[in-house]
Design a protein around this ligand. Sequence first.
Ligand SMILES: Nc1ncnc2c1ncn2[C@@H]1O[C@H](COP(=O)(O)OP(=O)(O)O)[C@@H](O)[C@H]1O
Ligand SMILES: [Mg+2]
Length: 287
Amino acid sequence: MYGSPRRRKILSITKTVAKAYIPKTIFMPTEQLLQIENLHVETLEKPLLQGINLTIQPGKIYALMGPNGAGKTTLANILAGKQNNTITKGKITFMGKNLLTLSPEQRASKGLFMAFQQPIAIPGVRTINFLKTAINQIRLSKNQPELTAPQLLALVKEKTKTLNIDTQLLYKPLNENLSGGEKKLNELLQMVILDPKLAILDEIDSGLDIDTIRLLGKTLQKTRRPDNALIIITHYPHLFKYITPDVIHILQKGRIVQSSDARLGQTLLEKGYKKMNNKPIEKTTPS
Ligand SMILES: Nc1ncnc2c1ncn2[C@@H]1O[C@H](COP(=O)(O)OP(=O)(O)O)[C@@H](O)[C@H]1O
Ligand SMILES: [Mg+2]
């Protein structure tokens, strides 16, 4: 112990007062956004996920890679609340809450965004109107007034002003008659405008040409902040030329078999999935 008893007492009071007055959100970046513990998922026929442990911290970018059928989309769907498989074991905590008790809409309101591998089309509903409903649902859940049309347009303009993406996609019916690449860009635009805490992008790079991959990578890089995180699900490390993941996890047969930094992407390109270590690891490092 240092200092006189009087000095120590003053220090202790100062600390208590400071704790009471500093808003809790300031401490947010050091907390975990998402924690998956021993997650097991199965269908009637077979197990799909067999003991997934994953920690997602704010300010970080994660890549989830793996061969076809490894369980990547299954995991993403479970996180988004798309329930076509059964959770038999495990726990998922999102921003301190049990994610599994929340509806898909509640998850979105809390800041979870999912870009689906196969985005759905809603004929007759323009993307901008779909977004307006989504944004207002999030605002209502926070007791904020709904956005008017001019306010929404101002928001879209502000969020997309530094991006070189054609916002005309927003005025077409949601994913109707769009090419595969346009659908992916549409998802990206929605993500940028909704500004989620955690975005899960399931193969958002698949089917994109080289220039669009660069645009995607640079756009994702611009969304990076100390209080949000990204999970990029992909087969190939091409995107990592423009956005470097902090951690790459490799999923094989429903288990995480390797976790490392971005150099793992290069090893994968050289070796392929079959020659990688296939033994499941018990706990992923929460780097
Ligand atoms: N509802 C389901 N019923 C039966 N099999 C399923 C279902 N959902 C996924 N699968 C199977 O689970 C495995 C993992 O699928 P998926 O998560 O889509 O893989 P990935 O996205 O890694 O390519 C695949 O073999 C797939 O056919
Ligand atoms: Mg998939």
